[in-house]
Design a binder for this molecule. Structure first.
Ligand code: FMN
Length: 183
Protein backbone atom coordinates (compact mmCIF):
# COMPACT_ATOMS: atom_id res chain seq x y z
CA UNK A 1 0.00 0.00 0.00
CA UNK A 2 1.17 3.54 -0.69
CA UNK A 3 1.24 5.39 2.63
CA UNK A 4 1.71 9.14 2.74
CA UNK A 5 3.21 10.13 6.09
CA UNK A 6 2.72 13.75 7.14
CA UNK A 7 5.01 14.87 9.95
CA UNK A 8 4.19 18.02 11.90
CA UNK A 9 6.18 19.91 14.49
CA UNK A 10 5.81 17.81 17.61
CA UNK A 11 8.82 16.55 19.50
CA UNK A 12 7.80 12.98 18.65
CA UNK A 13 8.85 13.75 15.06
CA UNK A 14 12.23 12.35 16.07
CA UNK A 15 10.58 8.89 16.18
CA UNK A 16 9.31 9.02 12.60
CA UNK A 17 12.31 7.39 10.85
CA UNK A 18 11.52 4.31 12.98
CA UNK A 19 7.85 4.62 12.04
CA UNK A 20 8.82 4.64 8.35
CA UNK A 21 10.91 1.50 8.91
CA UNK A 22 8.04 -0.25 10.66
CA UNK A 23 5.66 0.57 7.80
CA UNK A 24 8.17 -0.61 5.20
CA UNK A 25 8.69 -3.85 7.12
CA UNK A 26 4.99 -4.46 6.60
CA UNK A 27 5.53 -4.17 2.84
CA UNK A 28 4.31 -0.60 2.35
CA UNK A 29 5.77 2.16 0.21
CA UNK A 30 6.11 5.34 2.27
CA UNK A 31 6.57 8.94 1.20
CA UNK A 32 7.02 11.73 3.71
CA UNK A 33 5.66 15.27 3.82
CA UNK A 34 7.16 17.52 6.45
CA UNK A 35 5.92 20.82 7.85
CA UNK A 36 8.45 23.61 8.37
CA UNK A 37 8.26 23.07 12.14
CA UNK A 38 8.53 19.32 11.72
CA UNK A 39 11.75 19.86 9.78
CA UNK A 40 13.29 21.39 12.90
CA UNK A 41 12.72 18.17 14.85
CA UNK A 42 13.70 15.37 12.48
CA UNK A 43 16.36 15.23 9.77
CA UNK A 44 15.07 15.28 6.21
CA UNK A 45 18.01 13.16 5.09
CA UNK A 46 17.15 10.45 7.63
CA UNK A 47 13.56 10.27 6.36
CA UNK A 48 14.70 10.24 2.73
CA UNK A 49 17.14 7.41 3.46
CA UNK A 50 14.74 5.15 5.35
CA UNK A 51 11.82 5.80 2.97
CA UNK A 52 13.89 5.58 -0.20
CA UNK A 53 12.16 8.69 -1.55
CA UNK A 54 12.82 12.43 -1.51
CA UNK A 55 10.97 14.22 1.29
CA UNK A 56 8.55 16.96 0.24
CA UNK A 57 8.46 20.12 2.34
CA UNK A 58 6.90 22.73 0.06
CA UNK A 59 3.95 23.16 -2.28
CA UNK A 60 6.13 25.18 -4.58
CA UNK A 61 8.17 23.07 -7.01
CA UNK A 62 10.29 24.43 -9.83
CA UNK A 63 9.67 21.30 -11.95
CA UNK A 64 5.98 22.16 -12.31
CA UNK A 65 4.65 19.28 -10.22
CA UNK A 66 1.88 19.99 -7.70
CA UNK A 67 2.71 17.86 -4.67
CA UNK A 68 -0.48 18.43 -2.70
CA UNK A 69 -2.42 16.92 -5.64
CA UNK A 70 0.13 14.37 -6.84
CA UNK A 71 0.85 12.93 -3.41
CA UNK A 72 -2.85 12.78 -2.56
CA UNK A 73 -3.50 10.79 -5.75
CA UNK A 74 -0.58 8.48 -5.01
CA UNK A 75 -1.66 7.79 -1.43
CA UNK A 76 -3.76 4.75 -0.57
CA UNK A 77 -3.70 5.91 3.06
CA UNK A 78 -2.65 9.14 4.76
CA UNK A 79 -1.13 9.17 8.22
CA UNK A 80 -0.14 12.27 10.19
CA UNK A 81 2.29 11.40 12.98
CA UNK A 82 2.93 13.22 15.15
CA UNK A 83 -0.16 15.40 14.72
CA UNK A 84 0.25 18.71 16.53
CA UNK A 85 -2.60 20.71 18.01
CA UNK A 86 -1.95 23.08 15.13
CA UNK A 87 -2.34 20.61 12.25
CA UNK A 88 -5.35 19.04 14.00
CA UNK A 89 -7.00 22.47 14.11
CA UNK A 90 -6.16 23.16 10.48
CA UNK A 91 -7.61 19.83 9.36
CA UNK A 92 -10.75 20.31 11.45
CA UNK A 93 -11.35 23.79 10.10
CA UNK A 94 -10.35 23.10 6.51
CA UNK A 95 -7.42 25.48 6.53
CA UNK A 96 -4.87 25.00 3.77
CA UNK A 97 -1.92 27.30 4.30
CA UNK A 98 0.95 24.85 3.90
CA UNK A 99 1.79 21.64 2.07
CA UNK A 100 0.46 19.19 4.67
CA UNK A 101 -2.84 20.93 5.43
CA UNK A 102 -3.48 21.52 1.71
CA UNK A 103 -2.75 17.86 0.94
CA UNK A 104 -5.25 16.77 3.60
CA UNK A 105 -7.91 19.01 2.08
CA UNK A 106 -7.15 17.75 -1.43
CA UNK A 107 -7.18 14.08 -0.41
CA UNK A 108 -9.73 12.05 -2.38
CA UNK A 109 -12.70 11.32 -0.07
CA UNK A 110 -12.34 7.53 -0.32
CA UNK A 111 -8.75 7.54 0.95
CA UNK A 112 -8.50 6.37 4.58
CA UNK A 113 -6.70 8.76 6.89
CA UNK A 114 -5.27 8.51 10.36
CA UNK A 115 -3.71 10.90 12.83
CA UNK A 116 -1.52 10.16 15.85
CA UNK A 117 -1.87 13.23 18.09
CA UNK A 118 1.00 14.11 20.41
CA UNK A 119 1.18 17.12 22.68
CA UNK A 120 1.42 18.37 26.25
CA UNK A 121 -1.46 17.15 28.46
CA UNK A 122 -2.87 20.65 29.00
CA UNK A 123 -3.04 21.14 25.23
CA UNK A 124 -4.73 17.76 24.74
CA UNK A 125 -7.38 18.49 27.39
CA UNK A 126 -8.30 21.94 26.01
CA UNK A 127 -11.96 21.89 24.91
CA UNK A 128 -11.05 23.42 21.55
CA UNK A 129 -8.59 20.60 20.83
CA UNK A 130 -11.17 18.00 21.86
CA UNK A 131 -13.76 19.68 19.64
CA UNK A 132 -11.36 19.49 16.70
CA UNK A 133 -10.70 15.81 17.41
CA UNK A 134 -14.46 15.14 17.47
CA UNK A 135 -14.84 16.92 14.12
CA UNK A 136 -12.09 14.85 12.56
CA UNK A 137 -13.56 11.62 13.91
CA UNK A 138 -16.94 12.61 12.47
CA UNK A 139 -15.24 13.25 9.15
CA UNK A 140 -13.95 9.67 9.07
CA UNK A 141 -10.44 10.23 10.39
CA UNK A 142 -9.14 7.46 12.66
CA UNK A 143 -7.49 8.83 15.80
CA UNK A 144 -4.56 6.77 17.12
CA UNK A 145 -3.70 7.73 20.71
CA UNK A 146 -2.34 9.74 22.38
CA UNK A 147 -1.26 7.63 25.35
CA UNK A 148 -0.10 8.19 28.90
CA UNK A 149 3.61 8.64 29.24
CA UNK A 150 6.54 10.73 30.25
CA UNK A 151 6.29 13.83 28.07
CA UNK A 152 9.23 15.75 26.63
CA UNK A 153 8.14 18.86 28.55
CA UNK A 154 8.86 17.01 31.81
CA UNK A 155 5.23 16.27 32.71
CA UNK A 156 3.73 12.81 33.03
CA UNK A 157 0.28 12.26 31.61
CA UNK A 158 -1.70 11.78 28.45
CA UNK A 159 -0.24 13.31 25.32
CA UNK A 160 2.54 10.97 24.24
CA UNK A 161 2.44 9.68 20.68
CA UNK A 162 1.49 6.03 20.34
CA UNK A 163 4.66 4.06 19.74
CA UNK A 164 5.75 3.51 16.11
CA UNK A 165 5.03 -0.23 16.10
CA UNK A 166 1.46 0.30 17.35
CA UNK A 167 0.89 3.03 14.76
CA UNK A 168 2.32 0.88 11.97
CA UNK A 169 0.07 -2.03 13.00
CA UNK A 170 -3.02 0.18 13.12
CA UNK A 171 -2.37 1.66 9.69
CA UNK A 172 -0.51 -1.05 7.88
CA UNK A 173 -1.40 -4.31 9.64
CA UNK A 174 0.83 -6.96 11.13
CA UNK A 175 4.36 -7.44 9.92
CA UNK A 176 4.16 -10.15 7.24
CA UNK A 177 7.62 -11.52 7.80
CA UNK A 178 9.49 -10.74 11.01
CA UNK A 179 12.82 -11.53 9.37
CA UNK A 180 12.29 -9.06 6.54
CA UNK A 181 14.33 -5.90 6.93
CA UNK A 182 13.83 -2.40 5.64
CA UNK A 183 16.83 -0.05 5.42
C1 FMN B 1 10.70 21.74 20.96
C2 FMN B 1 9.25 21.86 20.61
C3 FMN B 1 8.42 20.76 20.71
C4 FMN B 1 7.05 20.87 20.40
N1 FMN B 1 6.27 19.77 20.53
C5 FMN B 1 4.95 19.87 20.27
C6 FMN B 1 4.11 18.74 20.41
O1 FMN B 1 4.54 17.63 20.81
N2 FMN B 1 2.80 18.88 20.09
C7 FMN B 1 2.27 20.05 19.64
O2 FMN B 1 1.06 20.11 19.38
N3 FMN B 1 3.05 21.15 19.50
C8 FMN B 1 4.37 21.08 19.79
N4 FMN B 1 5.17 22.19 19.64
C9 FMN B 1 4.58 23.41 19.10
C10 FMN B 1 4.43 23.32 17.57
O3 FMN B 1 5.72 23.12 16.98
C11 FMN B 1 3.78 24.60 17.05
O4 FMN B 1 2.44 24.67 17.52
C12 FMN B 1 3.83 24.71 15.55
O5 FMN B 1 3.10 25.87 15.14
C13 FMN B 1 3.26 23.49 14.84
O6 FMN B 1 3.36 23.68 13.45
P1 FMN B 1 2.96 22.52 12.40
O7 FMN B 1 1.70 21.91 12.90
O8 FMN B 1 2.79 23.28 11.12
O9 FMN B 1 4.11 21.59 12.32
C14 FMN B 1 6.53 22.10 19.96
C15 FMN B 1 7.38 23.19 19.85
C16 FMN B 1 8.70 23.09 20.19
C17 FMN B 1 9.58 24.32 20.10
Amino acid sequence: MNILLGISGGIAAYKTPELVRQLRRRGHDVRCLLTANGARLVAIDALATVSGHPVTTSMWQEDGTIPHIDRGRWAEALLIAPATADIIAKCALGLADDLLSTTVLALPPQTPWFIAPAMNSHMWHKPVVQAHIASLRAAGCQILGPVDGSLACGDDGIGAMLDPIAIAEAVGGQQADATRSAP
